[in-house]
Design a protein around this ligand. Structure first.
Ligand code: ADP
Ligand code: ADP
Ligand code: MG
Length: 511
């Protein structure tokens, strides 16, 4: 691929990742074009972009997944390249191909690589050929013989995990402890996979118990260079979905880090990988690791890698897409200090992490050295039912894990989101958990350690501000309480009277 300079890039996404990518495009002097659904008419990403075009409708299918509408706008707006963010069309090979057919550069790997890695069965086969360790498992044909499968599963050893070949976001996974439950699990996984991905193929894997999820960020250019940017530990998950990520992983020795990094680079080279990708591994308590999948896109948790390496991954994605060579060699890349990310969701941890909706009447982000807020919302934003409930990511850096966790604690304390139930209080309690602090984590951490949910200052503020609105004289009491609290530096309610005053004013304006 020769140099392909471009100047106008369209971001086909919304929320925090659209903002992140738009800023990355603008940072290198290019023009950022946004698309927005009707529900996102007042969104931050629309405001941040240099140009923005409407995608009529609210549902993801009508808007951010609507290839015809997106490609029509791209042509009208005269864009040269498309950045898909994560989710939506980011791992859709058909979309990548249609971009190419329309003369647009898709910022990601080739359609061929996306197709190969989108099929977890094919991906495992490719990795086996590249000598990358994979989880022992069985591939099922359409007309599989349940007796033979039962025999193979027994040979692998229970528990086993049924997974969807086209899987993503933890969908279609079934954990099976007893041989007699296997057939029903395969059936239900197939049904869920067919519904979610239009592809009902499933496979069975040995279930690694108390594992860690450790993934390696890779970057490849069009000149045959591939580097890794070290690991991210993403073991804190609910429903097989990550909520806290960090780098470095507390579980890796320098030797293991190098072995896993080299395995990821070998994997990427074997499939001709270009642009940003993540090779996900599962790490067993005994230190053995197995390939899980390749995510062929920029990952949600990419900022922790940016903070420890100092590399702007979106900038690299843009350079690679323009045909440039990777700016740094493997030897020039270093992991410095420690970074932690918390995903802030509109959801209720006290009720099975059920997504929450509503208006964010008041939003306050933390500030300070080594704190990064990748926000997707602001005061006044509506949180609806149409899209993923992740609102914002909080990422911090420290010279050690302990310092980073301390900063994260403070950052979460200072995060105020009023009007919509969020997991901020839950994250705060999780970060403070003694076992988490020790780095003793695995993918079942949250089932083994129930986390308190209800002590975040937002909750107190919410009741107080509601009181201040209905009964302005109560404001005096709030002020009094807050100044008597002020002597105690540990109180999370510092600055309360300012907030209560702001809120009362804000609410009076909007009531
Ligand atoms: P990550 O490793 O980046 O956390 P996830 O698998 O959790 O990856 O997915 C990242 C984003 O993509 C999430 O917002 C998730 O909802 C979305 N996503 C994952 N799989 C799919 C899918 N098959 N269809 C639509 N969105 C998906
Ligand atoms: P997805 O495409 O949904 O992200 P993955 O294969 O990456 O699917 O798995 C998601 C999560 O499920 C992993 O991070 C891990 O927690 C768990 N998982 C997947 N495969 C296994 C396995 N063989 N043993 C134990 N846990 C697994
Ligand atoms: Mg995964």
């Amino acid at each position: 691929m020769s140099n392909t300079r471009f100047s106008k890039v369209m971001v086909v996404n919304r929320g925090e990742i659209a903002l992140r990518v738009i800023r990355g495009i603008q940072a290198v002097g290019l023009t950022a074009v946004a698309v927005y659904s009707d529900a996102d008419t007042n969104s931050l990403h629309r405001k941040q972009a240099n140009e923005a075009y409407r995608l009529a409708g609210d549902s993801a299918t009508d808007t951010y997944l609507n290839m015809d509408a997106i490609l029509t706008i791209a042509k009208q707006a005269g864009v040269h390249a498309i950045h898909p963010g994560y989710g939506f069309l980011s791992e859709n090979a058909t979309f990548a191909q249609r971009c190419a057919d329309a003369g647009l550069i898709f910022i990601g790997p080739s359609p061929k690589v996306i197709t190969a890695m989108g099929d977890k069965i094919a991906a495992k086969q490719a990795m086996t050929q590249a000598d990358v360790p994979v989880v022992p498992g069985i591939t099922l044909d359409d007309a599989f013989d349940s007796k033979a499968v039962a025999k193979d599963a027994k040979a692998i050893g229970y528990p086993v995990l049924v997974k969807a070949a086209a899987g993503g976001g933890g969908k279609g996974m079934r954990l099976v402890y007893q041989p007699e439950e296997l057939e029903a699990a395969i059936d239900s996984s197939r049904r869920e996979a067919a519904k979610a991905f239009g592809d009902g193929r499933v496979f069975v894997e040995k279930y690694i118990e108390r594992p860690r999820h450790v993934e390696i960020q890779v970057m490849g250019d069009h000149h045959g260079n591939v580097v890794h940017l070290f690991e991210r530990e993403c073991s804190i998950q609910r429903r097989h979905q990550k909520i806290v990520e960090e780098s470095p992983s507390p579980a890796l020795s320098n030797e293991l880090r190098e072995v896993m990094g080299n395995a990821a680079v070998a994997a990427a080279k074997a499939i001709g990988y270009t642009n940003a990708g993540t090779v996900e591994f599962i790490l067993a308590p005994d230190g053995s690791f197995y390939f899980l999948e390749v995510n062929t896109r920029l990952q949600v948790e990419h900022p922790v890698t940016e903070l420890v390496t100092g590399v702007d991954l979106v900038r690299w994605q843009l350079l690679i897409a323009q045909g440039e060579a990777l700016p740094l060699t493997q030897q020039q890349l270093h992991q410095r200090g420690h970074a932690v990310e918390c995903r802030i969701y509109a959801e209720d941890p006290a009720h099975g992490f059920l997504p929450a909706t509503g208006t964010l009447h008041y939003v306050q982000w933390p500030q300070g050295p080594n704190i990064r807020v990748d926000a997707g919302v602001e005061t006044g934003s509506e949180v609806g039912i149409h899209y993923d409930p992740m609102l914002t990511k909080l990422i911090v850096w420290g010279e050690s894990r302990a310092v980073a966790l301390q900063t994260m604690e403070q950052a979460l304390q200072e995060t105020i989101l009023l009007g919509v139930t969020t997991n901020v209080g839950f994250l705060l309690n999780l970060i403070q958990h003694p076992e988490f602090q020790l780095g003793n984590i695995h993918t079942h951490f949250l089932t083994e350690h129930p986390i308190e949910t209800a002590t975040h200052p937002s909750n107190a503020l919410w009741s107080i501000s509601a009181l201040a609105l209905t009964e302005p004289s109560a404001l005096g009491k709030v002020r009094q309480q807050s100044s008597s609290n002020r002597g105690d530096s540990a109180t999370p309610l510092k600055g309360l009277h300012h907030l209560a005053t702001d809120l009362a004013a804000h609410w009076r304006l909007h009531a």
